[in-house]
Design a protein around this ligand. Structure first.
Ligand SMILES: NC(=O)c1ccc[n+]([C@@H]2O[C@H](COP(=O)([O-])OP(=O)(O)OC[C@H]3O[C@@H](n4cnc5c(N)ncnc54)[C@H](OP(=O)(O)O)[C@@H]3O)[C@@H](O)[C@H]2O)c1
Length: 166
């Protein structure tokens, strides 16, 4: 159910972004296969082009941008965009603005979420909290805000946060 909801949300925004490690470890498709609607533009960060080309993100099924520091290129629906990584978010936002992309879902992982939170580059956050507690693993990013709303989605808590500081 939470997965279906996430796929629904994916149809409601123009683009969806993940960090390099998430692309590598989770091999996400980032499409909306469990909900009818338009797939968002997929965006992945790959500074040194270390991601292998067998990942779903490079399957050419959906328009995909790869922000990197090595090359500008494109093959069919896959486009490499060279960017200055000393100010990554500025490069991403400027490029998306020039392409009239006005919304981005950042779907992890921790590093990329933390950097967008630390730079106050978020309007809204949706956080699922499950019932299991993991001792090991990568922690969720620090997010010291109180939710404006909470609900239960099939026993999983969903908290909604709206950024009041923008
Ligand atoms: N529970 C969930 O909902 C959920 C969702 C998504 C992911 N995850 C998990 O999160 C884990 C990955 O998280 P992560 O924190 O290790 O990695 P991440 O945020 O997916 O990717 C971080 C990597 O992106 C690159 N990067 C380059 N410039 C960056 C910048 N300015 N800001 C941030 N990243 C930059 C770096 O790789 P380079 O060294 O190549 O530059 C960095 O190591 C995975 O285990 C995944 O399963 C969980």
């Amino acid at each position: 159910m939470s997965r279906t909801l996430v796929h629904k949300w994916r149809t409601q925004e123009q683009s969806i972004l993940v960090g390099t490690n998430t692309a590598l470890k989770d091999n996400p498709q980032l499409n909306a296969r469990e909900w009818q609607g338009t797939n968002p533009l997929r965006i992945v960060i790959d500074r040194t082009l270390r991601l292998p080309n067998h990942l779903h993100l490079f399957d050419g099924s959906v328009k995909t941008l790869i922000f990197n520091e090595k090359k500008d290129d494109n093959i069919a629906l896959t486009m490499w965009v060279k960017t200055d990584f000393s100010n990554l978010w500025s490069g991403i936002c400027d490029y998306l603005y020039s392409e009239q992309i006005q919304s981005v879902i950042v779907e992890g992982g921790t590093c990329i979420l933390a950097s967008s939170i630390n730079q106050n580059l978020w309007d809204e956050a949706r956080v699922f909290t499950g019932n299991s507690y993991f001792i090991n693993g990568i922690k969720a990013p620090e997010f010291p805000y109180k939710p404006q709303d909470t609900s239960s989605v099939d026993g999983v808590e969903l908290s909604l946060f709206y950024n009041m500081n923008i």
